[in-house]
Design a protein around this ligand. Structure first.
Ligand SMILES: *Cc1c(COP(=O)(O)O)cnc(C)c1O
Length: 427
């Protein structure tokens, strides 16, 4: 399928170019020329399909014939090769746990899908492909793991020294092979500035094919639709679920809205936000005024200017009433987030991470009887050191990452100095 730029509709490219280049030069985002309509056959039968079959049916129109069917099916199988359990937390609220992949967060799904598509398209690129990513914690691990051992692709991750959690750092720095972790003496903004500088540097482009793998790449964004179907496969209630999504850059919720527009029987969506509330205020009728990001407990959602919101506007054809009809929103403070983690642990014996806690609280607040709903548990609580501090207990380390603690951290520690970054990219 063709994709257009949200800034210039006549600027059209294929799925291959979308995957390779990520963002159009005009600084818009790529959006599919048409939103898929799932067939009646699919909608009547998807509850009986396997996860891989479901994923394949949901993505195939967007990829078209740019990846052969068998290869695309294999990519889908590898993308969804872990569990997505729907867990009842209260009578009316269930958690869709998206943290059973390698790096214990939902970003594994998009990163795995994109890495394998890029790996396929790499065959046609003569130069070595280098993916550069700046991370404040979650993205880097998912991208590093997604691209680990993908032939023809090297990955350079820039992360701020001392500013990611213990588990996040181990996930970034213990892989080796085609993954290089650059530990920057600075903050996340420094990392991002260095990555952008590299991506804009023509003297690099002569030597390697440099690209990014950030969340606006449609090959990372679109596969996030899959787990909304998995939720429905486990949903046995009479009415469609209300869906609460902890939102930062708004990619995840936007993918859910795509799946709904394509025909999945989902109820209203809740954009659950932390103190970074530009969208919450906008949906309540205020103007869309972006602010610098505020640091919160749910730090993967600390985004002042959510990049994917323009895609949501595209889905609803820039019609405000339509938007308000389909999306509710609530901003949740750190105090309430911590209180929710304590309360749900004490009363329901369920351990929330700060992002899930924001979504859980917003759902509880906005559900109306007799509605029932699902919130997305986007990361495992072990990834955030704050959870143990809030609860005052030691939590169990999941089996899948126990071995991380025996591995040796390998990073290249440097100042926020572009020339050094460049040298490492060109190594
Ligand atoms: C990235 C992330 C989010 C926010 O997702 P968006 O698609 O940026 O809205 C929420 N929770 C966790 C744990 C994340 O890593």
């Amino acid at each position: 399928m063709q994709f257009y730029s949200t800034n210039k509709k006549s600027n059209r490219v294929s799925f291959k170019e979308v995957t390779l280049y990520g963002q159009p030069n005009d600084k818009g985002l790529y959006f599919p020329k048409q939103i898929s309509r799932f067939s009646n056959d699919f909608l009547n039968n998807f509850r009986r399909l396997s996860k891989a079959e479901t994923a394949f049916e949901m993505i195939k129109d967007y990829v078209g014939d740019e990846i052969p069917r068998e290869r695309l099916f294999k990519i889908c199988e590898e993308t969804v090769g872990f569990e997505f359990p729907l867990v009842k937390v209260t009578d009316r609220i269930s958690a869709l746990e998206l943290f059973h992949g390698e790096t214990l967060a939902f970003k594994d799904v998009g990163a795995r899908f994109m890495s394998r598509c890029l790996g396929y398209f790499a065959q046609d690129i003569k130069q070595k492909i280098v993916v550069v990513v700046a991370t404040s914690g979650d993205t880097g691990g998912a991208v590093a793991n997604g691209f680990y051992n993908i032939e023809g692709v090297d990955v350079v991750i820039l992360y701020p020294s001392g500013k990611v959690s213990r588990v996040q750092e181990l996930q970034l720095t213990t892989l080796g092979k085609n993954i290089t972790a650059l530990e920057i003496d600075g903050n996340f903004d420094d990392c991002q500035t260095l990555a952008k500088q590299a991506l804009a540097d023509n003297s690099i482009k002569e030597k390697v094919f440099l690209t990014s793998a950030n969340s606006i790449n449609a090959a990372r964004w679109l596969p996030q639709q899959f787990y909304y179907a998995f939720a429905l496969q486990a949903w046995n209630e009479e009415f469609p679920p209300i869906i609460s999504v902890p939102s930062g850059n708004f990619g995840n919720i936007c993918a859910g809205l795509m799946a709904k527009t394509s025909g999945l029987p989902l109820g209203k969506f809740i954009a659950a936000c932390n103190a970074n509330d530009v969208v919450t205020r906008y949906l309540s009728g205020e103007s869309y005024d972006i602010k610098p990001a505020i640091a919160t407990l749910s730090n993967a959602m600390d985004v002042g200017n959510p990049s994917n919101f323009v895609r949501i506007l595209e889905i609803f054809k820039h019609n405000f009433a339509n938007l308000q009809e389909n999306i509710l929103s609530l901003s949740v403070s750190d105090e309430t987030t911590a209180e929710t983690i304590r309360e749900v642990f004490a009363n329901q014996d369920y351990l929330l991470d700060p992002h899930g806690a924001v979504a859980y609280f917003a759902l509880g607040k906005l559900l109306q009887t007799p509605e029932k709903g699902i919130f997305l548990a986007t990361a495992h609580p072990i990834k955030f050191d704050s959870v143990e501090e809030i609860l005052g207990i030691k939590t169990n380390v999941p089996k899948s990452i126990e071995s991380l603690f025996d591995k040796e951290k390998v990073s290249i520690k440097i100042d926020a100095d572009y020339e050094k970054v460049k040298e490492i990219i060109l190594r």
